[in-house]
Design a protein around this ligand. Sequence first.
Ligand code: SF4
Length: 438
Amino acid sequence: MNAIASSMARGACPALDAPMLTGDGYLSRVALIEAISPAQVIALFSLSVKHGNGMLDISARGNLQIRGLTLGSAAKLEADVRALDLPLREGLAVEWSPLAGLEDGIDPRPLGLAIMDHARALRGRLAPKLSVVLETNGLLRLDDLLADIRLVATGETGWNVFLGGTLKTGRAIGFVRDENAADCVAALLDHFASLGLRARGRQIEPATLPQDVLRHLEPVKTHVSQPQQNVFGLFAVGQAYNALRVALPFGQINARALAEFARQAEDFSIESIRPAPDHSLVAFGDEKACANLHGVAEQVGLIVQADDPLRQIDACPGSPSCNSARLETHALGRFAASETPGLFDESLRLHLSGCAKGCVHPTPSPLALVGSENGSHLVFCGKTTDTPIKQLAPGHAKAALRALARLIETSRRDGETNHDCLVRLGPGGIVAALGEGP
Ligand code: SF4
């Protein structure tokens, strides 16, 4: 096992060989580059019960995380996972659609593997959280994932290259032809390595890029991106496959429930399963097998409806799972989904964080309820560490959510989203609706 990722450090990135300390013990990440069989899924889940606390995450980026480990059990987990001979992604995080190779259009995997191959020679010289995203504009998009280097396919001939941010916020630096794409990204990675372990895409000035990168770049190609679809539930992939995409509430579930899902998948002759972005899982098989598995998914507690409010809530493990937590985030999230569904119109994500560390959503959220010494506090359009607009006394979080839902119901104008409504009302209007006192 490599040096342990520093304790609960913001810049650390857990891996199978570098577990990270969290509020409920060490966490190891199992990143896969291909789907695996239901039998392999069952084996993996039973390892999380054997070595960890039996709780599993699928992260926003679609990585499986095993929780509740000790340093000793993490080492045993690593050995046991390697013995399963899974298609593990090691080293640099190069990410592409979980549907790659099955749907029509460009297959990003050969390029991704070439980039990972080059990155192996730079091991230990790149920022631990550095990532490369290859976007092929398919049924399941990665537009919202942060990426240090993002390549966006523009038809069959090549890729627009972006540095830092999401698709919306990244800076386009040029277009690279398909045959030069691997060399271009390799030169970019060499440049990152030359700048040291802290170099990230958002900091690189395009004007300072070396000739080794620039010689591959042409002016950015105009490309009209199709609207993001992000399929969910049952759908067809390409000519030959059907699939089922479901999600884990708050990105977390008991391994036994997921093992039951995989066992039934095996009985229905589902071919393969893989974790996917946005805390989801995709199963591949024929139409009947996928339809049968849809019913099982609901029974074991997975989210099966695209518009389920739970999909619009980010919540860390919170209390009682995490020792640092001051808020029962999952109970509060379930309350919000069932009692205040009017809050969730897809414009307004709610972040419930057990403490100010903000593990599951380090970037700003429209609304964040954060556990604190004296109850909780509400942050509007900010990070969990930003100045709150309102302190809430212990036990007042549910009342605050109800007041927010009422405020939106009574104040939203025609054509306005919930988010736009709260932005128009501003912190003053929101605080007034929450009433006096902590
Ligand atoms: S954000 Fe949540 S999971 Fe992270 S340390 Fe705080 S309470 Fe624990």
